[in-house]
Design a protein around this ligand. Structure first.
Ligand code: SAH
Ligand code: SF4
Ligand code: F3S
Length: 440
């Protein structure tokens, strides 16, 4: 009987790509992907710990898995990722039915830990080994995938006052450029047209290691035959240099979208968060990006209710949002994380006030998102197809270069990853249309 693994991934793209690596690694111990938890022999939960809510979600999922495990003997539960890293033995204690707890630096050991679990030996492996051997493992790529993420660095040393990432992902380490480029080549050979470069702060790529600078890495990747779209995530506004901004005019295949998380529009709060830029400095970068690539789309992250945030501070955030008119953004209520500087800061914002601020900010974003999507109606846009649309049978979905989700009815006589779509309508989060003239 072939053995089956089901991986549940929480959190950010770092976890998504790690999960894909785990799937490849588990092939070496004869596991293939299961379609659901019910079909699986091994369930692996790749966890996130960015906010308290994320922790709670995972513990309730583990509760469900306890029942799943008890329904048949030999079933294995493994927990990896950031919460596993943070909790380590404590997680094993709280959830003793978990067979494997492994941290963010122990991914390469997964096959061995699974072998042990098959013999009913439990493991907790959360050492910060600075092991990067998992980089050699090509993340599992579904058949026909048009887009893939490529890790260019791991860890973070920025220690923004609210953030747990440096504690759970460890030191910043950049991957050698040669390895990155060879992974991109392999992906291109498998038909991948879009590559997304991943790091917590891509703008500091290679600085410590004396590797080629980030802009040069982007240039080299843009020359890999077969790659037609390039993106990178995430840029720290403090470290976004003029040369990187210039890439948007220099390299056409660099998609006209940048995620530039601002967190707050108030200088006082930005300083207290330790972000290292001011509102004015941030807006100057937005302006420079708009000049480098007219029409570039912006997205961002916001935190409301950071300790000490007053109504006036919050109004500064609102006015910054008005000024930029982001295409999309994620906003969160501040959540104190263990061990971070902000978790001990005075000036807790009452939950009601923080909730009300979050609601206002999100309503404003919804309006801007809708307006930005409406601006697309009537245009013909090039779409990279991701697969069948979840909305309607017979429709396809994909993304524009500026990262908008598009649902469209395809021309039955055409095929290929890139399609030109005439946009007819705009919704709250996506646009729709029909296939127009062929590309080329
Ligand atoms: N490396 C990225 C962000 C990683 S975390 C960067 O520097 O921008 C993703 C987002 O989660 C952050 O941008 C922030 O908005 C949010 N976040 C992080 N810690 C948080 C906390 N303690 N409470 C609320 N939101 C948080
Ligand atoms: Fe967290 Fe700041 Fe690092 Fe981003 S740059 S991961 S917000 S510490
Ligand atoms: Fe990502 Fe969550 Fe870890 S956002 S880095 S999976 S804490």
């Amino acid at each position: 009987m072939p053995k089956r693994v089901y991986i549940e991934t929480f959190g950010c793209q770092m976890n998504e790509v790690d999960s894909a690596r785990m799937l490849t690694l588990l092939e070496s111990v004869e596991y293939t992907a299961a379609g659901s938890v019910a079909e699986a022999d091994l369930v692996l939960v790749n966890t996130c710990s960015i906010r308290d809510k994320a922790d709670q979600k995972i513990y309730s999922e583990l509760g469900r898995l306890r029942r799943w495990k008890s329904e048949r003997s030999g079933r294995i539960v493994a927990v990896g990722g950031c919460l596993a890293q943070q909790e380590g033995k404590a997680l094993a204690k709280k959830a003793p039915y978990v067979d494997i707890v492994f941290g963010t630096h122990n991914i390469a050991r997964l096959p061995e830990l699974v072998r042990r679990a098959e013999e009913a030996v439990a493991s907790v492996e959360v050492d910060f080994s600075e092991d990067t051997s998992h980089w050699d493992v090509l993340p599992y790529l579904p058949e026909g995938a048009s887009s893939a993420m490529v890790t260019i660095m791991q860890g973070c040393e920025n220690y923004c006052a609210y953030c747990i990432v440096p504690y759970v992902r460890g030191k910043e380490i950049s991957r050698p450029a040669g390895e990155i480029i060879s992974e991109v080549r392999k992906l291109a050979e498998r038909g991948v047209a879009e590559v997304i470069l991943l790091g917590q702060n891509v703008n500091s790529y290679g600085k410590k290691e004396g590797e080629i600078p980030f802009p040069e890495l982007v240039r080299r990747i843009s020359r890999v035959p077969g790659i037609a779209r390039l993106r990178f995530i995430t840029s720290h506004p403090r470290d976004l240099e003029p040369e990187t901004v210039g890439l948007f005019s220099e390299i056409e295949m660099l998609c006209p979208h940048i995620h530039l998380p601002v967190q707050s529009g108030s200088d006082r709060i930005l300083a207290s968060m330790g972000r290292g830029y001011t509102r004015k400095g941030y807006l100057e970068k937005i302006d420079a990006l708009g000049k480098a690539r007219p029409g570039i789309a912006f997205s961002s992250d916001f935190i409301v209710g950071f300790p000490g945030e007053t109504d006036d501070d919050f109004m500064e955030t609102i006015s910054l949002m008005e000024e930029v008119r982001y295409d999309s953004s994620f906003s969160f209520r501040f959540s104190p994380r263990p061990g971070t500087l902000a978790s001990t800061m005075p000036g807790t914002v009452p939950p009601d006030a923080a909730g009300e601020r979050l609601r206002r900010l999100q309503l404003l974003q919804d309006r801007h998102t809708r307006e930005r999507l409406e601006d697309c109606v009537g245009a013909e846009m090039e779409v990279l197809v991701e697969g069948a649309s979840l909305r309607d049978a017979g429709m396809l979905c994909g993304r524009t270069a500026c990262h908008k989700m598009v649902n469209f009815s395809p021309d039955a006589n055409r095929s290929g990853s890139f399609r030109r779509v005439l946009i007819r309508t705009a919704g709250a989060h996506s646009i729709s249309g029909e296939e127009g003239a062929p590309i080329g």
